[in-house]
Design a protein around this ligand. Structure first.
Ligand SMILES: [Zn+2]
Ligand SMILES: [Zn+2]
Ligand SMILES: [Zn+2]
Length: 163
């Protein structure tokens, strides 16, 4: 899958969205999974920015679309998208973000700006290898590693304090 824009810089976000949808269709086809219109719409809503979106935000966007979606529909769509590696759940924010490495075997390391909630996903293979080693040192078999790092993005660091 192609490299994407760094969300901290101004970029053509429509390109991010269409790339994500193209990737999602290809991945679902490979996995023989059905990307129904509602699932695709939920994915598109999550991709509307580089800030994570909560399930209830997705729901209210859907109803302003004219979709009569009930919460279970949204949760099922989110489950589907997570299972197929198209979105990640950011536990600390209880919200979802589009995966920028969909279709690749990867460990998500999320840099979460505490000021603007922008999330950047980095792959951190070396980090997850170390974690696996440390875990197996105590006899634990690590399966999934998700790291959430909070801090300030370059834009928010540049904001003057007395702004
Ligand atoms: Zn973008
Ligand atoms: Zn990812
Ligand atoms: Zn920020």
């Amino acid at each position: 899958m192609s490299a994407r824009a760094i969300p901290y810089r101004p970029h053509n976000h429509d390109a991010c969205v269409s790339q994500a949808l193209t990737d999602a269709r290809a991945i679902c086809q490979q996995q023989n999974a059905r990307l129904t219109p509602i699932r695709e719409r939920v994915l598109e809503l999550i991709w509307q920015s580089h800030r994570p979106l909560g399930a209830y935000d997705v729901l209210s966007e859907l109803s302003s679309d004219g979709h009569n979606a009930a919460p279970p529909t949204v949760y099922r769509a989110l489950d589907f998208l997570q299972q197929h590696g198209l979105v990640h759940r950011i536990a600390s924010l209880n919200a979802f973000i589009g995966c920028t490495h969909a279709g690749e075997n990867h460990t998500g390391m999320f840099l979460i700006c505490r000021a603007c909630s922008n999330v950047l996903e980095l792959t951190a293979t070396a980090v997850s290898t170390e974690i696996r080693k440390a875990a197996s040192g105590v006899g634990f078999q690590a399966e999934n590693t998700t790291l959430e790092v909070s801090g300030l993005c370059p834009r928010c660091q540049a904001e003057p304090d007395d702004g």
